[in-house]
Write a protein of this length. Structure first.
Length: 280
């Protein structure tokens, strides 16, 4: 069993931590006496106000589409706080728009939304696993998914696909808890009162929608990270205020029977992670 994992004294990385759900979780982690690295494109006024005169928070400019930026978070933590992170929170994400959406189809080489919403959590998790194994420490990865990862929506199929992908990814890594003492979990918020969503609702001239508060999602994130009652591969959905349920439980045994996992191969990879030399 992985057991409880209190945030007190831990080093926590939060991508997209300068606003919205990410910023609310930064506040929650700091209140729990954690040290926090906010990895985002720019500092918001709200973050500047929070981080002013707080020795336990650092800002690192980070474009989550760039793997070199993600890789730089570990040496930054070692430099600023004297150790590698204990918790990685893949929280940065974007909504579908005319420029970055399926229906507008204005991008020439790749879908930016998939790189941010799905590619970055996957890469950050791989960095986290390598970091925890190399430093011989227990650690937690939390991926911010969405209630959209459990259903469909014709207007935003790319966004929905990205969130389904994160849930499948979290479930697939359930056994990392026993293999390497790495707990990978997810949070699936419903509509949350964030600057991103408020902008979308304004564009579509929608009002009166009951939105969750970022602080409630942050509290649930802390719960899933800290409590040993939530095992690796679990994702918690928060669809409305005061209501949460588990929507992911880990890889099914039927799939394991059909496509057996090479545990020897994974063990070899983890052994190499212990001596991995970072190149950025």
């Amino acid at each position: 069993m992985f057991g409880d994992f209190p945030l007190q004294g831990k080093i926590v990385v939060v991508t997209g931590g300068a606003s919205g759900i990410g910023l609310a979780f930064v506040e929650t982690a700091l209140a729990a006496n954690a040290k926090v690295i906010v990895a985002d494109l720019a500092q918001t006024d709200a973050f500047k106000s929070l981080g002013r005169n707080n020795a336990n928070v650092r800002f690192k400019q980070c474009d989550v589409r760039k793997w070199t930026d993600l890789d730089s978070l570990v040496p930054f933590s070692e430099s600023e706080f004297g150790d590698a992170p204990d918790v990685f929170t893949a929280n940065a994400g974007i909504m579908e728009s005319e420029q970055t959406g399926f229906w507008g189809d204005q991008e020439d080489e790749a879908y930016t939304l998939l790189n941010i919403n799905l590619g970055h959590p996957i890469k950050l998790t791989r960095i986290a696993i390598r970091t925890f194994v190399k430093h011989q420490k227990k650690g937690v990865v939390l991926v911010t998914s969405s209630i959209a990862g459990t259903n469909g929506h014709l207007g935003t199929p790319l966004y929905v696909a990205s969130k389904h992908g994160t849930l499948g990814f979290v479930k697939s890594l359930a056994k990392m808890e026993t293999l390497a003492k790495v707990k990978v979990v997810g949070i699936c918020p419903g509509p949350v009162e964030t600057p991103l969503l408020l902008q979308v609702l304004q564009q579509h001239k929608q009002s009166g929608t009951a939105l969750l508060k970022p602080a409630e999602i942050a509290t649930r994130m802390k719960e899933v990270i800290e409590s040993g009652a939530y095992a690796g591969g679990v994702a918690m959905a928060v669809s409305r205020p005061g209501h949460a349920k588990i929507v992911a439980h880990g890889l099914t045994s039927e799939l394991e029977d059909m496509v057996p996992t090479s545990m020897e191969m994974i063990s070899d990879v983890l052994a190499k992670d212990k001596t991995h030399v970072r190149s950025i």
